[in-house]
Design a protein around this ligand. Structure first.
Ligand code: BGC
Length: 385
């Protein structure tokens, strides 16, 4: 038995030296082990980018709380570059980080870096975005992924009165998030399961050829990456929306709704409509229903002025608190509680803690203040118009 273990260890070592660590073979799942982490130990937090509002809140919030508990924290932002993120994580390992928290830019590309962390004895927590195709992830904490899409789709269904039997046909354009982010697929899955029946009955139609066109028989797997927006960038969404408007809506055609999975993408869509179709006026029937996600500052303004109709609020303070609790339980050698769901990452079922997202419209916009997400002063500035 010992000899067998030694052979496996040697083989794993060779595989790593050959740069094959990404396969993850032979690595044991040590989630739940009772090894303690010293107070004052280093914890690494690797965020995907500074250029999106939420990751700054997530990263800085978590850092502040962990430092208050006596840990040293290395916080890095990867500028949406997978290679940068892997270098950031290696730096954490070189600084003996005992727990590494990762919101991946590219859920698959980050595999080799977290495998190195795991091999160095660290625990790995996937933060908000799942790390794919590797054993080297102990826990995952996020918001119910499909629920984001459910809230967006239900908003569109309500506003178009589809459940009341409205016949349309209504023109809808659909976008998904970044093709390298597993979340983007699940957001769309939640939405598509609700919207597809209306495509089947012909009440909803997607007249553009964006991504080859979304059809009644499209499956999530078929379509989600074809209508995606790389790195969730507003600029790309704007370009895509401009070409949709040029090809399909340049002669006064009505656009009823845009399924957008993120406030930055919604902003790109709004910019495109304002430049290509100045006859569409927010607050009137000519303006499409546009959804979003993240309750960004720009969305607070847009919802207030009627250009965006809805966003999905994910209280990142709660996510940071949930992950902090995980970290402390791991550090104290206790069992991690509340990670009672699983998400499969292609290699294993990862124990997951899931929080609830909330739909925000003009009617409950000020809930963001009540939740402590934005101060009253800032809210007032964002909504004065
Ligand atoms: C997050 C969303 C966010 C998006 C763009 C996703 O992985 O779950 O909250 O809107 O990335 O940053």
């Amino acid at each position: 038995m010992k000899a067998l273990k030694r052979t496996i260890a040697a083989a794993a070592g060779l595989a790593m030296m050959a740069g094959l660590a990404a396969c993850g073979g032979g690595r044991s799942d040590s989630a739940g082990s009772s090894e303690k982490v010293d107070k004052g130990a280093t914890i690494g937090i690797s965020m995907p980018t500074k250029s999106e509002e939420r990751w700054n809140k997530d990263g800085n919030g978590l850092k502040k709380n962990l430092e208050a508990k006596g840990y040293k924290v290395i916080l890095s932002f990867a500028d949406d570059k997978p290679a940068q993120q892997n270098a950031d994580i290696e730096n954490m390992v070189n600084n003996s980080a005992k727990i590494v928290v990762v919101a991946a830019k590219d859920g698959t590309a980050v595999g080799p870096a977290v495998e190195k962390a795991k091999d160095a004895g660290a625990k790995v927590i996937a933060y908000d975005r799942l790390i794919m195709n590797t054993e080297a992830v102990d826990y995952y904490a996020t918001f119910q992924l499909e629920q984001t899409g459910v809230l967006e789709a239900n908003y569109i269904i309500d506003k178009l009165k589809l459940k009341d039997g409205a016949k349309g046909p209504f023109n809808i354009e659909l976008f998904t998030g970044s093709p390298d982010d597993n979340n983007a697929k699940f957001f769309f899955k939640g939405a598509w399961e609700l919207l597809q029946p209306y495509f089947k009955s012909g009440v909803l139609v997607n007249p553009s050829r964006h991504g080859g066109g979304v059809k009644a028989d499209s499956t999530v797997e078929d379509i989600w990456q074809k209508i995606s927006v790389m790195s969730w960038k507003a600029e790309q969404a704007q370009k895509d929306m401009e070409s949709i408007l040029d090809s399909t809506y340049s002669h006064g055609e009505k656009l009823d709704a845009v399924l957008s999975p993120y406030d930055g993408i919604s902003q790109g869509v709004i910019n495109a409509i304002q430049s290509k179709r100045p006859d569409m006026k927010p607050g009137t029937d000519s303006w499409p229903i546009i959804t979003g996600q993240d309750a960004m500052e720009i969305a607070i303004t847009n919802i207030n002025n009627g250009t965006q109709a809805q966003t999905v609020f994910k209280d990142v303070n709660k996510l940071a608190a949930a992950v902090q609790e995980m970290i402390i339980q791991i550090a104290e050698g206790k069992e991690v509680t509340g990670a009672d769901k699983t998400y499969n990452n292609g290699t294993k079922d990862v124990k997951s803690k899931l929080l609830d997202p909330v739909s925000i419209t003009k009617d409950n916009l000020s809930d963001l203040v009540d939740a402590g997400y934005v101060t009253q002063d800032r809210f007032d500035q964002l909504t004065k118009s």
